[in-house]
Design a binder for this molecule. Structure first.
Ligand SMILES: [Zn+2]
Length: 240
């Protein structure tokens, strides 16, 4: 491989490259001190740029985060069916989700942050954000009475509950169009691993639940797997 170009490095840091291309860059940088210096400079530039422009680069940052999470989750998940679905999600949707919700897990004030997430979503048809009652909670939800909870409806028949004691539950009705998507929880903090959950049926109940427990306080993205029937991503974006 020739030395890396600035464009290649910027694409790398913005998460716009395929997994193979990323690997080639990492292998080259591992052996080339000249390109390590170039990568440092590009990284500095990429970070400054990401912080400086509001909309598109904020979105690029989130898409890169989602791409990395899909790759990490695929590498660590033990279920081959889940791995196959994550691979398809990454390949076909490149940094997008059917819907993405940013949440804050905090003992005193769990909450939802809606800003800027439209850039992450795919078709988004039928999705709508509206406050939902947090109580009564999903049956079987652990947690003490009186723990702060927030809930949001993300579509008719789908809602997310965030609890102050490190618990997040996603509930989807059985009549939900498109079936039961995978749900991925992506920590925004560096170094934290994403988690993937399936929406499992509840005995005798007309809905499915995905749950995440024991979460450290912090910000997360809750991302839904794109639906099979949905159209592909916007042309010319997010792929190399
Ligand atoms: Zn080089």
């Amino acid at each position: 491989m020739e030395h890396l170009t600035v464009d290649q490095l910027l694409d790398y840091f913005d998460g716009r490259l395929s997994e193979d291309a990323e690997t080639r860059i990492e292998e080259h940088v591992a052996e080339c001190s000249e390109c390590v210096e170039a990568a440092r400079a590009a990284r500095h530039f990429a970070v400054a740029w990401n912080g400086w422009t509001a909309r598109e680069h904020g979105a690029a940052h989130l898409r890169a985060l989602l791409n990395r999470a899909l790759r990490d989750a695929r590498a660590s998940d033990h279920d081959p069916v889940v791995r196959t679905r994550l691979a398809r999600w990454a390949e076909r949707w490149a940094g997008r989700a059917e819907v993405a919700v940013r949440i804050v897990v905090e003992a005193s004030a769990p909450r939802f942050v809606a800003a800027g997430l439209e850039a992450l979503t795919g078709s988004a048809a039928g999705w709508q954000f509206s406050p939902a009652p947090a109580t009564p909670p999903i049956r079987g939800t652990p947690g003490r009475a009186g723990t702060a909870k927030e809930a949001v409806a993300v579509a008719p028949g789908a809602r997310i509950v965030v609890s102050g004691d490190g618990y997040v539950a996603v509930r989807v009705d059985d009549t939900f169009p498109g079936g039961a998507p995978l749900v991925m929880l992506v920590p925004l903090a560096e170094g934290e691993k994403p988690r993937v959950a399936t929406l499992d049926p509840r005995l005798g109940q007309p809905f499915r639940v995905a749950r995440f427990e024991g979460l450290p306080a912090g910000e997360y993205l809750v991302a839904f797997e794109p639906l099979e029937s949905a159209p592909g991503p916007v042309e010319g974006e997010g792929r190399v």
